[in-house]
Design a protein around this ligand. Structure first.
Ligand code: ADP
Ligand code: MG
Length: 394
């Protein structure tokens, strides 16, 4: 079975369509700091509106505790969506009109309930009065939640353009990718990302390790890492990957130099040091590695630009602090120079390329779903795609 796309819903003129988007944008004091996910939802919404449908947009935002919480209201998101669509957008249960945004789905505990019956009941409430459902929140397709899974069973349903596009790109990364194929991993969710290595090892030529996960690799090689991010319990797993990579002829590239700091802070005293001598600076065993070093950044950039397929997930350093953003910036720049397919996955990685000033169109694809794209690349089953007819190749 293949993914049911929008055309399978037939004529939508005059019909009310519920659209599940992923509008989980970062907010600071009620202001949206990166509207990438709202922009990503526009093609599907415009397509439906052009077809004469009226649209109810549903989404989650953050992790409220299953109860209303103003800090996680979608009201500012609805306002921004109105600006981007260039039309009136209603908000809340009383609103009417061509486009209405419902309040945060997770204000109701049934959205993420473990109980299928509760989720089903919530889905039926969301579906009330609607004729069709379009699932377009790629960032949540790995979750069995009411608005992702049950809602697609309650109404005639199909995938939106965002999900269809994301899936197309991810399939190119797993089926017959053009070689050389390089995967760059970083960020702070170390154990989450190790699973991807497991599945991708037999498929890639090079694996570049940066960000918070590099320290678990250094520790696996017997090097001290000071107070850097370390998942000590993952060291045996990493050692196993290193052995398997050698057997498969895959190059795992671990940094040769690192930027270490006296503290985890934007203005921390810092210096560049050889990766096997992290505790040798004046910070001693208190040193915290916050970025890959310049030599490493250059060698990563060379490996990336020499590849035909590149997938990058996870910042190379704490890019939120400008002095520790250089490694991430160099890697992002290299991705823009790839003669082939370059894909950025991960919420923070996508935010990094935007805040560092790289235009989105300079990359082959920027995925809106961090966890979902990782689980896809891990070869896991994604309930939110399967319910739309998609099946992984076995
Ligand atoms: P993504 O959302 O792209 O999948 P993650 O959520 O795994 O990425 O990680 C992003 C975070 O990783 C960023 O906030 C960044 O500051 C952090 N990070 C990167 N390098 C380090 C490091 N050396 N130490 C601690 N945190 C790091
Ligand atoms: Mg993240």
């Amino acid at each position: 079975m293949t993914l049911r796309t929008l055309d399978t819903l037939g004529s939508l003129a005059g019909r009310r369509v519920v659209v599940r988007c992923d509008l989980n944008v970062p907010l600071k004091d009620g202001t949206i700091t990166d509207d990438g996910r709202i922009r990503a939802s526009l093609p599907t919404l415009n397509r439906l509106l052009d077809a004469g449908a009226t649209v109810t947009v549903v989404s989650h935002l953050g992790r409220p505790d299953g109860a209303p919480d103003e800090r996680y209201s979608l009201r500012p998101v609805a306002a921004r969506l109105g600006e981007l669509l260039g039309r009136e957008v209603g908000f809340g249960p009383e609103a009417a009109g061509d486009v209405v945004v419902r309040e945060n789905l997770r204000f109701d505990p049934r959205e993420t309930s473990k109980d299928a019956g509760e989720r089903r009941a919530y889905a039926e409430e969301i579906a009330a009065g609607a004729d069709a459902f379009v699932s377009d929140g790629f960032g949540v397709v790995h979750r069995k939640q009411a608005s992702v899974y049950e809602l697609a069973q309650v109404l005639p349903s199909a995938a939106g353009l965002l999900i269809a596009g994301e899936l197309g790109v991810l399939e190119r990364l797993t089926r017959d990718p053009a070689k050389p194929y390089t995967v760059v991993l970083g960020g702070s969710k170390v154990s989450d990302k190790l699973g991807v290595i497991d599945h991708l090892l037999p498929r890639v030529d090079s694996l570049l390790i940066g960000g918070g996960m590099l320290f678990t690799f250094l520790a696996a090689a017997g090097h001290p890492v000071g107070k850097s991010l370390l998942e000590a319990d993952q060291i045996p797993v990493v050692r196993d990957y290193l052995t398997r990579a050698e057997q498969l002829g895959v190059r795992i590239v671990v940094p040769t130099d690192v930027v270490v700091a006296a503290a985890f802070a934007a203005d921390a005293d810092h210096e560049t040091v050889a990766a096997d001598a992290i505790e040798s600076t004046r910070f001693g065993a208190d040193a915290i590695g916050l970025d890959i070093g310049p030599d490493t950044a250059e060698s990563f950039a060379r490996a990336i630009t020499g590849s035909r397929t590149v997938f990058w997930n996870g910042p190379m350093g704490v890019f939120e602090f400008p002095v520790f953003a250089a490694g991430t910036k160099r890697v992002a720049e290299a991705l823009t120079e790839v003669d082939g397919l370059s894909v950025v996955g991960g919420g923070d990685s996508a935010a990094a390329v935007r805040t560092l000033g790289f235009g989105e169109d300079r990359f082959g694809h920027i995925s809106t779903g961090g966890g979902a794209s990782l689980e896809f690349l891990e070869g896991k089953r994604l309930p939110g795609l399967e319910v739309l007819g998609w099946e992984a190749e076995s």
